[in-house]
Design a protein around this ligand. Structure first.
Ligand SMILES: [Zn+2]
Length: 75
């Protein structure tokens, strides 16, 4: 189900997220998501959320000042 808060339709898209970890920044590009066609609200499915958590954890262990990853290439 692709319902998001404002109730408008969503379409499949990709986005970039930046997370602060250990004083550094992790940037993940090309994350699959659903975007609202009205307000640009972003929704991730459960599988993507899980993978983002895994990526964040893996990077935490070898944190650099700035890490840029492509979602499709991250393990
Ligand atoms: Zn919306």
């Amino acid at each position: 189900m692709k319902y998001i808060r404002c109730g408008h339709n969503t379409y499949e898209s990709t986005t970039t997220e930046a997370v602060e970890i250990n004083g550094g920044v992790l940037v993940i590009r090309n994350i699959p998501c659903y975007k609202c066609d009205n307000c640009d609200e972003i929704h991730f499915n459960g599988e993507v959320v899980k993978k983002l958590e895994q990526i964040t954890k893996a990077v935490e262990e070898r944190a650099q000042e700035i890490t840029i990853l492509d979602y499709n290439k991250a393990a």
